[in-house]
Design a protein around this ligand. Structure first.
Ligand SMILES: Nc1ncnc2c1ncn2[C@@H]1O[C@H](COP(=O)(O)OP(=O)(O)O)[C@@H](O)[C@H]1O
Ligand SMILES: [Mg+2]
Length: 248
């Protein structure tokens, strides 16, 4: 479904992604595991095309700070130069790190905003599904999104991405700052949308523990480089992973 070949991203002279490659098959849940600054967000921005917008903005400011090399194929098509909106139309939807919601609007209005290109009936259908995934959200539907807890905002952010009807959903650190209970609710929801809606998922995460049991395969990244890859199970049993991520 998706192939990334030898991605290199420079911010000025700093290499944020260094020859990173990955292959994703339809229906998979893929984890990208790496510590802070490993390059997870840069990878997500590169796959979603956001990096192209960032590069253009930087250029306008007078610098040529961001350089991207490598190739991205989606369903066999070379989308390396496609801007994010083109990729969204093809079904690649990114839910960014740290909840990009509209804080002054209610939970229900946030769905409306995210689905502005969709028919009302479609939005309502997805909203119903999201409320079944996250029953808490339904009881909070009239609350301003800015007053939700971190976990509730993350649920809303995932819901807003679903309104856009992703085929490939990119989730950048969806567990960041959440309690173990909330992390479990989010991981359960990811499993559900994968199983019942057939959505392919790439999610990034610093902490392997809640993620490895759920993912089909994982890519471990350090300093922008792929250091290890395998099934969730293989990674869970890997001594290096155990030492680095499980403290044993
Ligand atoms: N806009 C930017 N300008 C300069 N350096 C950046 C920028 N974004 C990320 N970086 C650098 O690229 C590396 C990877 O960052 P990032 O992709 O955000 O990692 P992660 O999401 O895994 O924490 C880091 O060294 C970071 O400092
Ligand atoms: Mg990040």
């Amino acid at each position: 479904m998706l192939e990334a070949e030898n991605l290199m991203v420079f911010f000025e002279n700093a290499l944020a992604l260094n020859g990173f490659s990955m292959q994703v098959k339809p229906g998979e849940i893929i984890g990208v595991i790496g510590s802070n600054s490993a390059g997870k967000t840069t990878l997500m921005n590169t796959l979603s095309g956001l990096i192209i917008d960032m590069r253009i903005k930087e250029k306008r400011k007078g610098g040529e700070r961001i350089t991207v090399y490598g190739r991205i194929l989606y369903k066999g098509k070379d989308i390396t130069d496609y801007p994010p909106n083109e990729r969204v139309k093809m079904g690649i939807v990114l839910s960014r790190e740290r909840h990009p919601i509209f804080p002054e609007s209610s939970v229900a209005e946030n769905f409306q905003i995210a689905g502005y290109l969709r028919k009302r009936a479609e939005i309502n259908q997805v909203r119903k599904y999201v409320y079944s995934l996250f029953p808490t959200l339904e009881s909070l539907r009239k609350r301003k999104a800015g007053f939700l807890s971190g976990g509730e905002q993350q649920m809303l952010a995932i819901g807003m991405a679903l309104v856009v009807k992703p085929e490939l959903l990119l989730l950048d650190e969806p567990l960041l700052g959440l309690s173990p209970l909330m992390q479990k609710a989010v991981m359960d929801a990811i499993l559900d949308l994968n199983k019942t809606e057939g959505i392919t998922v790439i999610l990034s995460e610093q902490f392997a523990r809640p993620v490895l049991p759920v993912i089909n395969r994982g890519y471990v990244v350090e300093n922008g480089m792929l250091t290890l890859t395998g099934t969730g199970k293989e990674l869970m049993n890997n001594p290096e992973i155990k030492a680095a991520y499980f403290g044993v």
